[in-house]
Ligand binder design. Structure first.
Ligand SMILES: [Zn+2]
Length: 330
């Protein structure tokens, strides 16, 4: 009798344990987020915003370098192969990922943002200040492919540097995730709504910031800021490196010096913005004997902690650096 009682008890306990295990297993499966991998830091940040509380996207490109310079690592190929969803700008900006992305095209959903009709695209700037001294590599096809967005490819790939595009990226990624992961639909929706509000606030703040500065002439290291400039009505005087892959030619440097001297003759200084991921002795040369203020712009957030806040910090930092230099009198 005693033995019977305890065996019933044990059986009961076993059943409870099995039920609990099933419940936990079921929940785990039910609420597991899709495996999402994202090309660069700013896009990774926007996707992290959408996935907050649900899962963590994987970053594909090394965070300390410019996407223009990277080569494809075996670990990156592995990460792409393990993904359910891959989010990238496209070959125009992250050419090194192209081959690996093509390989998984049938097994994963590939979201090529530059081809998405909801994303605003601007043509690469050509001619005049954007081309000086660049004639020698016009015909050099292999170079153009490695440049990613700065060579013969006609679309500017720096699409994340616009608040409107950031909202569109959140929208298209969020829509895709809601379809792939119905159980977490409400969480994605909530995250998307919060992200839109934060982006609207950022846009208002940047508008205010730029409204109060004089529109001074400035030079950027490479032509990455067209989307930001279009949105906030900023006009650069030129670009130091036509391609981020190579030093500016002697002719380009001569033209830039002339441009700076002309602006200086009008009793105005020129802001020149370097970038943390590129060494540029050219900027040091332009600095000599001229009325130049140098500062730094970081279009991909190399120095910022990765995660959902990175993109906001990146945009506020760009705004602060531009506004403070442009606000300098004379
Ligand atoms: Zn670039």
């Amino acid at each position: 009798m005693v033995a019977d009682m305890s065996s019933v008890k044990i059986r009961k306990q076993c059943m409870i344990l099995v039920a609990m295990a099933l419940l936990l297993w079921g929940q785990g499966r039910l609420f597991a987020a899709p495996v999402v991998s994202v090309s660069t830091l700013p896009l990774h940040s926007l996707v992290s915003l959408v996935m907050k509380g649900v899962g963590e996207p994987t970053l594909l490109m090394a965070s300390g370098q410019s996407p223009h310079h990277q080569s494809l690592l075996p670990s990156t190929i592995r990460k792409i192969a393990e993904s359910d969803l891959v989010v990238w700008v496209g070959p125009v900006h992250e050419s090194s990922l192209s081959r690996a992305v093509q390989q998984v095209e049938n097994e994963a959903i590939i979201m090529t943002l530059i081809d998405n009709p909801q994303i605003t695209r601007l043509p690469s700037r050509r001619g005049g200040i954007w081309d000086e001294g660049s004639h020698s590599h016009e015909s050099d096809d292999s170079e153009n492919h490695s440049e990613g967005g700065h060579g013969s490819l006609s679309v500017d790939g720096h699409i994340w540097l616009s608040t409107d595009n950031a909202k569109s990226i959140i929208e298209v990624v969020g829509k895709q995730l809601k379809e792939m992961d119905v159980e977490n639909k409400a969480a994605y929706k909530r995250n998307m709504d919060l992200a839109y509000q934060r982006i609207d606030r950022l846009k208002r703040d940047l508008k205010d910031q730029f409204a109060h500065v004089r529109k001074k002439d400035y030079l950027v290291f490479h032509d990455a800021y067209q989307y930001l400039e279009a949105e906030f009505d900023l006009r650069p005087a030129g670009v130091v490196a036509i391609s981020p892959d190579r030093a500016p030619s002697a002719k380009t440097l001569r033209n830039l010096r002339q441009l700076i001297e002309k602006i200086n003759d009008d009793n105005q200084s020129v802001c020149i913005f370097r970038e943390p991921q590129f060494k540029s002795s050219a900027i040091t040369i332009l600095d000599e004997n001229n009325n130049v203020i140098t500062s730094e712009l970081d279009p991909i957030g190399i120095g910022i902690e990765r995660g959902s806040d990175l993109w906001f910090k990146l945009m506020y930092d760009l705004g602060a650096a531009l506004a403070s230099c442009l606000a300098t009198k004379h």
